[in-house]
Ligand binder design. Structure first.
Ligand SMILES: [Zn+2]
Length: 184
């Protein structure tokens, strides 16, 4: 049953056309032009249905034949592009995970595939937060620009993590954000 649905999916999906699928679709269109109606339906295998047994036998013969040359170089450009894109994204993801830099940014964007699909308004403030280079007290203290790294709430150093997740001074904004972003 799964194979049947799978096959039909490929035949009907315009965005994923492989060479054999194109040939099947062409044959169907040609038959329909001769006023024939083509319908697909699931049939049980190996119960003596003539057409199905014939198709099964021919498929086995083709698979076992040494005379039929298997062609792997016929692929639509669109499939090639999407396969290359997939491969490139995977490689990028591997390098992203192996890279020892950008620890903060990785926490925001662990999966590059998801990040690519996001529509983000990249402002300087957004970049400062996403790269961990926001001018927080802890950051400025690290470079000896401020005397203290401690947050005005006096609980701990004013890091990005503290501002976003813990600081009691920003509780109202945090609650408002949680309300607007369900599941956060
Ligand atoms: Zn604080």
């Amino acid at each position: 049953m799964h194979t049947y649905i799978h096959t039909l999916h490929y035949i009907h999906t315009l965005h994923y056309i492989r060479t054999y699928t194109q040939e099947i679709r062409k044959s169907i269109l040609n038959l329909e032009r001769t006023n024939r109606t083509i319908e697909f339906s699931w049939v049980k295998a190996h119960v003596g249905i003539h057409g199905n047994e014939l198709a099964d036998r021919l498929a086995k013969e083709a698979a076992c034949s040494t005379e039929i040359q298997v062609v792997f170089d016929r692929m639509p450009k669109s499939s090639l592009y999407s396969e290359l894109e997939e491969e490139a994204t995977q490689k990028w993801q591997e390098e992203w995970e192996q890279c020892k830099k950008a620890a903060v940014t990785k926490q925001f964007f662990p999966t590059l595939r998801d990040s690519i699909n996001l529509s983000l308004n990249v402002t300087p403030n957004f970049m400062a937060v996403a790269t961990g280079r926001g001018k927080t007290r802890a950051y400025l203290h690290r470079f000896k620009i401020t005397d203290s790294a401690t947050c005005p709430c006096n609980k701990e150093d004013k890091t990005l993590d503290h501002i976003l997740c813990k600081c009691t001074l920003h509780k109202t904004q945090r609650d408002l954000f949680k309300e607007k972003v369900p599941g956060f």
